[in-house]
Write a protein that binds this ligand. Sequence first.
Ligand code: AMP
Length: 393
Amino acid sequence: MKILSVNAGSSSLKFTLIELPSREVIASGLFEKIGIDGSCYTIKYNGEKIVKEVELKDHSVAVSKLIEELLANKIVASLDEIEGIGHRILHGGSEFTKSLLLDDSVLERISKYNELGPLHNPANITGVKAFMKVLPNVPNVGVFDTTFHQTMSEEEYLYPVPMEWYTEYGIRKYGFHGTSHRFINKSISEYLNRNDLKVISCHIGNGGSICAINGGNVVDTTMGFTPLAGIMMGTRSGDIDPSIIPFVMKKTGKTAEEVVNDLNKKSGLLGISGISSDSRDVEEAALKGDKRAILAQNMYAQKIANYIAMYNNLLNGADVIVFTAGVGENSKNMRKMIIERIQSLGVKIDDDKNDFRGEFRLISTDDSKIPVYVIPTNEELMIALDTMELISK
Ligand code: AMP
């Protein structure tokens, strides 16, 4: 069975065509600058790469081009081979607790959460509608970033603010990266053949979040009402004192939106290092002795370590810690820096085992109190698996 896994942004559309149950990636690609000048696409399949610059007026045109290329290059012999399309959707509010089949009425319900994810949700819905238009007979499934976190208890998801903010406006912790944390939990649970594991999943990429999972249920996660909260990230501040916002507004004359934009786009590794949001650049500068880069790396590692220690307490002792995403999968130095900061938990890194990137491996010593793994995340596969399950019912 072939399933398309799709992530539509406001001007982009990323796809992976996956064969199930073998999990083989048949093709993948990216349509960029949709609706703006310089639009183009890249499709990779079977060792080949197609790169074209063409006008992509809207998402439907991009989807039509994708279909055209799949057929022209015999990636699929006929469109009937595509049995389902799974879509990443950022926000399902408190309403959507599982992935589900999409139709017009479900899309209408999802659009209620557009104001909670204004950059992503409308774009995700546009992507779904484009596929519905071009491939009207293929079922579409929505897979939300928020659903995995829906098992959090009130104690964890409520903020200690006036209760009306929650009851009237839905202000609570939602959490994000749910599909990645769910994939990590599934992978490590299958690998260790246990369904009662207490897992601390550390998704550290350009965005980052940590998730405490007990037997498949999320107990707490670091992102909040929006993906700005929690640990320090590439360009995002993570947790700060909210009083800073009106103070900076007064000092600079900026609007609240402008200050929040600075917290989203000019903070984190970039803000502190003054060099880059990319951990590779910061690491390189730190190795050359750049003081701000060293400071940025230390802060980054410490904030992650603090949450790991906190979640170990919340879980009353974790069974396993997992690193994933761009930094977690690839940066042995950052993994080491983080683990050195949780020595009080009896966690120990094995430098030889840690000397690699991008694979499923154990990196802790035999006598480490909590084993630590690196697992490459695969949100596209998770989306495809949910899609297969729902369309097979
Ligand atoms: P993601 O958002 O998951 O794609 O992760 C992006 C982050 O991963 C960026 O900060 C990259 O610098 C980081 N990254 C990717 N490859 C490496 C690598 N080989 N070493 C260190 N960091 C890496």
